[in-house]
Design a protein around this ligand. Structure first.
Ligand code: ADP
Ligand code: MG
Length: 254
């Protein structure tokens, strides 16, 4: 179970005149084990900043992050290490997460080596199992990132996230760069993996249709704040907030 309470993050940017961006303001939610929370909202509303704070890539200004009841907010890197394995992320751009100069095998092996997990043979067995699980051929292991398709790259990134046996996966618009036909395959794979492995998902997307199909609950964000949240079907069928209504309408008019 992952829980956040009152997460807040402000950025200061600008070269000539300092500008303050309130990226995330007082965001709270919790996701029970094995469930999916969808985070919806337009580009720039603060979704990825929340993801980065959960991974401790960005420090929140205030608020708390709890994993199975333990606060991880102010841990040092060393103290955080045993928790780091538990939360993994799949990004929007699989290509930019893979080292272009290294074979796929390297990218899959690297997280396990960094965490000092398994023997060399065990790592290979784990990689074989995961490739099978995400539905790509072992032949891809000796290829370079530019020699595989976008869909294959995203399957590889999902396998990579699973090498550390995480409990929680953050999926930050994982299909938005893929062709529509491939999107459906990846979403079906993610759902299948959740059932098999009991994973907890934070699924970030602006696609209301996908969110409704995929999520147990949806939280709608606008300008850094959650404006509405609840069971997915309830939010879509009976939106209360004006922003949520606009978001849903913009999809139905397509
Ligand atoms: N490192 C940063 N420095 C300055 N501003 C940032 C930084 N990261 C994000 N922002 C700003 O914070 C806001 C939220 O960004 P982000 O979380 O990436 O939104 P989303 O993922 O919903 O598109 C945006 O206005 C963005 O420009
Ligand atoms: Mg984003």
């Amino acid at each position: 179970m992952i829980e956040v309470r009152g997460l807040t993050k402000t950025f200061t940017s600008g070269v000539f005149r300092k500008r303050t961006v309130r990226a995330v303001t007082d965001v709270s939610f919790s996701i029970p084990r094995g469930k999916t929370l969808g985070l919806a909202g337009d580009s720039g509303c603060g979704k990825s900043t929340i993801a980065r704070m959960l991974l401790k890539l960005t420090e929140p200004d205030s608020g708390e992050i709890l994993l199975d009841g333990d606060t991880i907010t102010h841990l040092t890197d060393k103290q955080f290490k045993p928790y780091r394995r538990k939360i993994q992320i799949v990004f929007q751009h699989p290509e930019s997460s893979l080292d272009p100069s290294k074979q796929i095998l390297y990218s899959l092996r690297e997280p396990m080596i960094i965490h000092g997990l398994y023997t060399k043979e065990e790592r290979l067995t784990k990689i074989q199992e995961l490739l099978h699980l995400v539905g790509v051929s072992e032949k891809l292991l000796t290829r370079y990132p530019h020699q595989i398709s976008g869909g294959e790259a995203q399957r590889i990134m999902i396998a990579r996230a699973l090498t550390l046996t995480p409990e929680i996966l953050i999926l930050d618009e994982p299909t938005s760069m893929l062709d529509v036909s491939i999107q459906a395959h990846i979403m079906t794979l993610l759902r299948d993996l959740q059932g098999r492995l009991g994973l907890t998902y934070l699924f970030i997307s602006h696609d209301v249709d996908v969110l409704t199909w995929f999520c147990d609950e949806i939280a709608v964000m606008s300008q850094g704040k959650i404006v509405e949240s609840g069971p997915a079907s309830e939010i879509v069928q009976h939106p209360q907030d004006a922003y949520t209504k606009r978001l849903i309408d913009s999809f139905q008019n397509w």
